[in-house]
Write a protein of this length. Sequence first.
Length: 132
Amino acid sequence: MAQALRALGEISGFDAVLFTRSLHHVHELDLGLDKVVDVLNPSGLLIVEDFSYTGATPSHAQWIASIARLVQATGQRFVEGSLCQLMLDSGGNLDVWRRQHDHDLHDAKTMSDEIRRRLRLLESANAPYLYR
């Protein structure tokens, strides 16, 4: 991350910065968001479309398994150990889904808190996380 930030150098003047299902992976979240603030125009927008893996419910996990069953019914096969195969094998078990997402990720609250420390929040919405 530090190397990527250095590569940006003194670039600035962006009207918008967009993170799509990626901000949760930025290990040095504080440095990354500080750089966003540096490169945005004073009236620029930070747009984040991300997910909260901690908000998944049993019905979300069962939905993923049901979609995987539909795909499988078309004759498609999943890679052994892939999320879809694991969800099929477990019958849509939420604990199986959580184990696949239990690694060095930021949750929605952490991302939101860090963004709010730097920028004024204009809008926020929650939606189910149903894909990967």
